[in-house]
Design a protein around this ligand. Structure first.
Ligand SMILES: NC(=O)c1ccc[n+]([C@@H]2O[C@H](COP(=O)([O-])OP(=O)(O)OC[C@H]3O[C@@H](n4cnc5c(N)ncnc54)[C@H](O)[C@@H]3O)[C@@H](O)[C@H]2O)c1
Length: 326
């Protein structure tokens, strides 16, 4: 591994945790510095739990800080000799951006600006950052390709993610920082996010409570298992690009009703479905065109929805003693 001191922002978050664990478990000669403000957008006990697992690795250092605070970022990190940033910290979630738009501007706009500016001031060669399939907005042409127009976001969350891609271009152009933006498509897996559908569905089905099914179930998502996303990020770390954006999805859109039927099968319980209209800001279908990421990034998703959901539901059941409180 070329890089020795890797900064992972959002290190106690779902994807940041899995990436850090993979790096620490597979490379002895690197240090991972995780930063996170452990905010309460969802139960921060889950973030603490992920962090406890990472703290078992000698080469892991965790610093609690808010990266939208420039002075705190510099004070805590200026002497860490960071040579790569993987920027996964953000205010995530489409629906919440209708309720608290300010959180998105703070973490995703100011926060991401601070990350690029930090890379500039401290001569950090490369920044890999999380973008999102939501930048494709209401595009009708599927699968979504990196060459498609993405100038009509339908949520503020999507607007901030697209804006990060534009910022990355400016910082690359002005200061020669190598930037790779990864557009993740609905990521799921163990230690996942409690605000996302699979967590809510599995929990409520186990509790025999109703689940909210939006757009009367007429939705499809290119669900992507977290280990495939980690593989994609690791390839982005290893490969050299000046400025690129890649889709990281599964290239297999799955109907919501089918995903629910799998959760029913693996929990052994029937879902009580509460059908609701489409939520503002949401899209009906996502589907990643992987032509570019397969060719340049050698990205190859391996986990099917059947296997991935089985692993997720098994993990959920095994950890039910604490998960039921999240
Ligand atoms: N999970 C998905 O399906 C998905 C899909 C598309 C894009 N993404 C993007 O991938 C990245 C990781 O997502 P995730 O699913 O792991 O989300 P997550 O919410 O679990 O992780 C993000 C972490 O960032 C931290 N954070 C937020 N604002 C911060 C700030 N100002 N300072 C310090 N820490 C802060 C949070 O506490 C959280 O732990 C995000 O950028 C998200 O927008 C995720």
């Amino acid at each position: 591994m070329k890089y020795k001191n890797i900064l992972v922002t959002g290190g106690a978050g779902f994807i940041g945790f899995h990436l850090s664990k993979y790096l620490l478990g597979n490379y002895n000669d690197i240090k991972v510095i995780g930063i996170d403000n452990l905010n309460n957008y969802y139960n921060s006990l889950l973030k603490e739990r992920r962090n406890e697992i990472l703290k078992d690795y000698e080469n892991y250092e965790f610093i609690k800080l808010d990266f939208s605070d420039w002075d705190s970022l510099v004070k805590n990190l200026e002497d860490k000799d960071i040579d790569l940033i993987v920027h996964l910290g953000a205010q995530a979630g489409v629906r919440h951006s209708l309720k608290n738009p300010w959180a998105y501007i703070k973490s995703n706009e100011m926060g991401t600006l601070n990350i690029f500016e930090f890379a500039r001031r401290f001569d950090i060669e490369k920044v890999i950052y999380a973008s999102s399939s939501s930048v494709y907005g209401g595009n009708k042409k599927v699968p979504f390709s990196e060459d498609d127009r993405v100038d009509k976001p339908i949520s503020l969350y999507a607007a901030t993610k697209r804006s990060n891609e534009l910022m990355a271009h400016a910082y690359h152009h002005l200061y020669d920082i190598k930037t790779i933006g990864l557009r993740f498509f609905t990521v799921y897996g163990e230690y996942g996010r409690p605000d996302m559908a699979f967590w809510k569905f599995t929990k409520n089905i186990l509790l025999e409570k109703p689940i909210d099914v939006y757009n009367y179930g007429n939705m499809a998502r290119d669900f992507t298992y977290v280990s495939d996303i980690v593989d994609g990020i690791v390839n982005a770390i290893k490969k050299d690009f000046d400025y690129e954006i890649f889709n990281l999805g599964n290239d297999r859109p799955v109907e919501l009703e089918y995903a629910i039927s799998l959760i029913e099968k693996y929990t052994g319980k029937k879902a009580i479905k509460n059908y609701l209209p489409m939520q503002p800001g949401d899209v009906e279908k996502t589907w990643a065109d992987l032509t570019k990421s397969k060719k340049l990034l050698e990205y190859e998703p391996k986990v099917s929805i059947e296997d991935g959901l089985k692993r997720f539901v098994d993990w959920f059941k095994e950890n039910w003693d604490w998960i039921k409180y999240i």
